[in-house]
Design a protein around this ligand. Structure first.
Ligand code: NAP
Length: 277
């Protein structure tokens, strides 16, 4: 029940109507009996949107495409890890006293979500990983791996982007042509290949999948991508894209509430929302 004491949280992006995050966070608030609500906001101007949330008393927000980089100049305290990644996906507003505008802190929880999803299957320290893609998500995923002591190699359709990211993170880059001779403990797809409505595609030929022990696809629509189906048939442990989404959200929830997130309830809410989606 929304009343005069309800604390508000939001996802800001454009578009946001497809987002699964409201289902996840509202399920968590309900499970813990918290008087909080999480709403989608389609933003057109990120500076004005952050100012609006700050003055309207919002407790925090998720930031999504296309604002994860553009939001940074409008935040007072940006976590150094988010600065390194160059993207913020979480805002926390500190309302210190009434009548004074809140201070805003910015974090990146995507890398934490990716690491936590992977840790279910493998110890990252000392492991080797091949990351497909060099876009926004790849940056957070690869940062998380390097941060945990994994030896990372990047491969991207546009080779120059992989080389640039690899030099930023001090890891290696290879071309798609070199994939047949590469092997690693972990393979992660961070490209959009395999995403609905092109779910018949996979970013890597099935015959190369025995080169990996654990395969994670961060695409979550469909939940079982062609890559994951073929990896399972090749005997790999597989991790779907909802786990990264879940754990990055769980970290946001803790930053906002100081409480451990009810991840089982949140995962179920995500699955239900994906079915409706
Ligand atoms: P992005 O910045 O636009 O990057 C897209 C990546 O896909 C680039 O590396 C691009 O390569 C590659 N790509 C696109 N079409 C390709 C093709 N036909 N063949 C080979 N590579 C291709 O997107 P993003 O924000 O990183 O998101 C990527 C995916 O991750 C999306 O599906 C998104 O929904 C998902 N995601 C999931 C989570 C989660 O929590 N599970 C979080 C964030 C994102 P080029 O550089 O050559 O164009």
């Amino acid at each position: 029940m929304i009343n005069g004491k309800t604390k508000l949280f939001a996802i800001i992006g454009n578009p946001v109507s497809h987002s699964l995050s409201p289902a996840m966070h509202n399920a968590a608030f309900a499970e813990l009996g918290m008087n909080c609500a999480y709403v989608p906001i389609t933003a057109t101007n990120i500076k004005e949107t952050v100012a609006g949330l700050r003055h309207l008393g919002f407790g925090g927000a998720s930031v999504t495409v296309p604002f994860k980089e553009e939001v940074i100049p409008w935040i007072e305290d940006v976590d150094p890890k988010a600065v390194t990644i160059g993207a913020v996906n979480t805002l926390v507003f500190d309302h210190e006293s009434q009548g004074v505008p809140a201070r805003c802190r910015g974090y990146n929880t995507d890398w934490i979500g990716s690491n936590r999803a992977l840790y279910q299957a493998i110890d990252l320290h000392g492991a080797t990983a091949l990351v497909l893609g060099a876009g926004g998500a790849a940056k957070a995923v690869a940062y998380g791996l390097v941060h945990s002591g994994t030896v990372v190699t990047l491969a991207n359709r546009t080779m120059e982007k992989a080389v640039t990211l690899a030099s930023e993170l001090q890891c290696a880059a290879i071309s798609f042509d070199q994939l047949p001779t590469h092997s690693a403990d972990i393979l992660i797809n961070t490209t959009t290949v395999g995403m609905s409505p092109h779910s018949d595609r996979s970013p890597i030929p099935a015959e190369l999948l025995p080169h990996f022990r654990v395969v994670m696809d961060i695409v979550y629509a469909p939940l079982e991508t062609r890559l994951l189906r073929e990896a399972k048939s090749s005997g790999c442990k597989v991790i779907d894209g909802l786990d990264m989404l879940l754990y990055q959200g769980a970290e946001q929830f803790s930053l906002w509430t100081g409480t451990e997130a009810p991840v089982t309830v949140m995962r179920k809410a995500l699955e239900r929302a994906l079915d409706i989606h």
